[in-house]
Write a new protein. Sequence first.
Length: 461
Amino acid sequence: MRKLIVLCAVALMAILLLALLVSCQQPQPVVPTTTPSSVPLPKLTTTIEIGYYQETTLEEASNILGVTIPAPTYLPKGLKVQEVYISFHPEGGSFRVILLISEEEIEKKLVTYTDQQGVTRQRYEFESEMEMSISPAGPGLKMPWAERVKIGGISGNLVEGDDYNSLWWQMGAISNGRAGSFKIVLSASKGIPKEELMKVAESVLPTVFPLEIQVALDKSTYLLGEEVRIEFSLQNVGPRPLEIEPFPPAVEIRHREPYDEPPKTVCSIPAEIGATSLEPGEMVSHTLIWQQHDDQGQPVPYGYYYITLEDIHFGKGKVSILDLRRQKLELLMLPPEGLIEKTIEVNESQTVNDITITLERVELSTSAVTFYAVCVPPDYTPPENPLLLPLHLVKPAWAGYRLDDSAVKNAGKSGGLHLKDGIRYTWGKLDPVPNGTKKLTFTIVQVGRWEGPWEFHVSLE
């Protein structure tokens, strides 16, 4: 019996060893492995209407527009600009450049469709990992639904779609140190992290405008009636010939207004009809004489004025030099009798409708006259942080002033600063006061919902 058990055990062990040997000789199934680099990125679909766009290169697009097209200097590994398309309308100055960014060459699919008017049209459809479009900058990007972001110090917007992210911002060209000529939209599929999208956007550097503009006056102060010489020059600092129009450009002369109001145009000098061509390095100059007359031919009063050039266009795409109105020249027209320079401590109070306002002082200088007042409304509670005061609690005030018996001048609106001892108001950027003026009349017409007037008489003798 014992021998039988031993024989059975030996036989069983032999069967197990044989089964093991057979299993080792069978081919094992291969488990597929995937590395991150082998996963294809999701793609965006771009459509380009046939007849509206032409295929080009960055260099050719820059030649067409007369300014270097901004492009990213960094792209995620494996991606590069595969194709460039441009649409431009020289007569209107509009343009759009599209960069298609992908790992591999992009295949285009021809699609025939019927538009809303029943017209049969054709377009190309492309698939790419990223897309960047460049077009003329507008007045601003108002996108309250988007997330505000900073792109290289410039404010932009991040829009998150279902399968893509887009960055919107304005920048791209510098003229005399000022930026703001291109609107850029950079889009990427969700497969590219937002951090990478931001990195690509920040690598888009401002290009340099090929046109340098200089505007100058022979002096900054003039007596009333003196002719004003406005000299400006344009120089082509780029590598390509430029056609500038209009030349000479239009000029606007505006009177400086109070803080809350835009400058008032007193004289508009229209542009001449025509253009001029500049070779690289070439400069053209022009001198304009203003006789201190307004558009009705009447002499302008003394005070501060701004002189600005209007938009200038260049290149086939008629790229505009923007923000020229910010590059304003300031000049002061002096009355022949000169200006008063002194500070008067007034500290006079007036109460109207149970609201007391104190005019604390008046500062007179060759640059402006400034009024300072304080008001403590009923039940006034000092805020913990004046800078974070809710808008519904802000109580602005409106005022005007008069020199002797002349017409009332607008002093504008003062927002008021809410401090522990009341609401302090300042009215400034007002024309200086000429010598010989005997009296200032300062009138606050309204504070918040309370109507005045609160009138103060300030002797200058």
